[in-house]
Design a protein around this ligand. Structure first.
Ligand SMILES: [Zn+2]
Length: 588
């Protein structure tokens, strides 16, 4: 049930040995290259050494960080992770002179270095691109040294949520039920017994509300940090700063939020009405939105069956891809366990230079978990391709398309399932997986988060600050705008701002729908054309961060310079909902 971090390092001693080497490489860089980055040959040599250091630092941080993610109550794991972070921060502080000296070098020298740089060429280009925002060498050094504290808000958030928050049992109609963070998000939100589901929502909300001030303080520190850095570095506003490294324009960002808020809302209200009707609810509340259209039909899935579903569903991606899927199960890349102190939700980490990816899940034997698994394996497949094709610096894939290879796997799985039966009830169930899981999660949940986040950053950008009640009000406004009067906002709905770790990862939330827009078009191509489309897709994935989001989409045959693919995707979601409504009439 647990993953095997031994795939990165056999023992912790081995990892500490590499951590030591990270420090030594940083010292070597400082001793041999500081003050000397004036000719192309020296620049390229130094950057290759730095590349090696960064690669090892990533491996070490992942090894100790991942151990902590599975149990935040394990104080030794937390201490190890902190220690590893300190070591890498120190190494980056020592080597912060590199960027400062690079931007001061002659243009002709840099051009020569870029030509001769190989895997470090794009790194040089990116440093030059950021030149207008670079501060003096001493200031850069101080900022890097303070780097590990920059993540303190996220650590506080996680400790409050995963270690300190203890949920009491609750009772409904004489029966007692246990409650926990994951238990609520993975089980009770989908619970068919309306009394139990709504009671769980109430108890969950009451508990998290007790932590709203500490969470708001951590979050305010986080977003204010972004604003301070944006100002110090001379960005026009905090948005320009947050989108700069992503190579995404403000237009592209705003469009994603505005188009979906306006055009998807009517379809989703129809979907909410369908849930209410099918479940014969007295009213549709926020606590009922995760209900599946046909929960009785939802098969329980064992881990063995999941492997078969995913392998068959992704067979269209080719033999090599499927063998990676089997490898993930056989070699224990996946942490299925549901223990206290474990990070909620799911993610996939693919340390550069390790032979495996690491997938964290909260496995509940549901079909929805199979979709999550296909999703995370999409990240693994992406990084296997680009880690094997590019140097370390060219695998720092931006958020805008990082969720495309993951969400496309969910769609390919749906495409496969659709072909396995044509009974109306089965068909509706498959559609409900796509709408209720894939599109709901990426186009609704994360999108509403993105709309909320944009409002928060607007306040911060104007020099304001945010407290628990401001955040709740913003969240409530966003929900009201989207759901109208179709969904009653149960007390506690406004606290959703407390639940998502992505708020501590820059403007991450909006990228899910951006990725899925590309994935929607691409999956249609793959299901229709087969091999040639798969080849295009793999080529785009292998490109890593050598391409911008626009170029990436273009390699996949999708033009995101206009809003057409997005509008088309929204219409497609609408058509799926219409089809579900029609099938429901038939089934009756
Ligand atoms: Zn993902």
């Amino acid at each position: 049930m647990t993953w095997d971090l031994g795939l990165i390092y056999k023992t912790a001693e081995e990892a500490w040995a590499d951590a030591k080497e990270v420090g030594q490489l940083a010292q070597k860089a400082e001793k041999e290259y500081k003050g000397k980055l004036t000719d192309a040959k020296t620049i390229v040599e130094c950057l290759h050494l730095y590349e090696r250091m960064a690669e090892l630092a990533g491996k070490v941080s992942n090894y100790f960080g991942l151990a902590m993610e599975t149990d935040y109550t394990d104080s030794e794991a937390v201490a190890n992770s902190n220690k590893a972070d300190s070591i890498t921060t120190e190494a980056y502080t020592r080597t912060s002179f590199i960027d400062s000296e690079l931007v001061e070098a002659d243009d002709a020298v840099l051009e020569e270095a870029i030509k001769a740089g190989g895997t470090v060429s794009n790194y040089i280009k990116d440093v030059l691109r950021g030149k207008p925002h670079l501060l003096s060498p001493e200031t850069e050094k101080v900022l890097t040294a303070l780097g590990e504290f920059m993540e303190t808000p996220y650590n506080v958030y996680n400790q409050a949520k995963l270690s300190d928050m203890q949920f009491d049992d609750f009772t409904v109609n004489g029966k007692t039920y246990p409650l926990g963070y994951s238990l609520f998000e993975d089980e009770y939100e989908y619970e068919c017994d309306t009394d139990v589901r709504r009671a769980a929502f109430r108890h969950f909300s009451d508990k998290i509300k007790q932590y709203e001030n500490v969470t708001a303080a951590a979050y305010n520190a986080y977003v204010t940090r972004d604003k301070k850095i944006a100002d110090l570095r001379g960005y026009k506003d905090v948005f320009e700063y947050l989108l700069f490294d992503e190579k995404v324009t403000r237009d592209l960002y705003d469009r994603q939020i505005d188009v979906i808020m306006e055009k998807l809302a009517p379809h989703m209200r129809k979907y909410a009405a369908l849930i209410k009707k099918v479940h014969k609810l007295d009213k549709m509340t926020y606590a009922d939105l995760k209900l599946s259209v046909d929960p009785d039909y939802d098969p329980r899935v064992s881990i063995e069956e999941a492997e078969k579903y995913v392998a068959d569903g992704l067979a269209v991606m080719g033999e090599e891809y499927v063998s990676m899927v089997h490898e993930a199960f056989k070699d224990r890349w996946i942490d299925f366990a549901t223990n206290d102190g474990k990070c909620t939700g799911g993610f996939c980490a693919s340390p550069y230079g390790a032979p495996a990816s690491f997938i964290l899940l909260s496995w509940q034997n549901r079909m929805a978990d199979v979709f999550t698994l296909a999703h995370e394996l999409g990240h693994a497949g992406h990084f296997r391709l680009c880690n094997n094709s590019q140097g370390y610096f060219d695998t720092q894939v931006g958020n805008y398309f990082v969720e495309a290879p993951s969400t496309i796997n969910e769609l390919l799985l749906t495409g496969y399932l659709e072909k396995t039966g044509d009974d109306p009830r089965f068909k509706r169930w498959v559609l409900s997986c796509t709408v209720g899981k894939t599109y709901y999660h990426n186009f609704v949940t994360h999108l509403l988060e993105a709309a909320y986040q944009r409002e928060v950053y607007k306040i911060i950008d104007e020099g304001g600050s945010v407290q628990a009640d401001t955040l709740s009000q913003i969240y409530k406004d966003v929900l009201t705008k989207f759901w109208g009067d179709t969904v009653e906002l149960t007390e506690g709905a406004e606290l959703t701002w407390m639940r998502q770790p992505h708020y501590y990862m820059g403007l991450y939330s909006y990228t899910y729908s951006a990725g899925l827009t590309i994935a929607t078009k691409m999956s249609k191509r793959i299901l229709k054309e087969g091999a040639p489309a798969v080849a295009d897709w793999k080529k785009a994935l292998a490109a890593g961060s050598t391409v911008t989001p626009l170029e990436f989409a273009k390699m996949a045959g999708v033009d995101i310079s206009t809003d057409a693919p997005l509008v088309e995707t929204v219409e497609y979601i609408g058509s799926l909902i219409d089809e579900m409504c029609e099938l429901t009439e038939k089934i009756k």
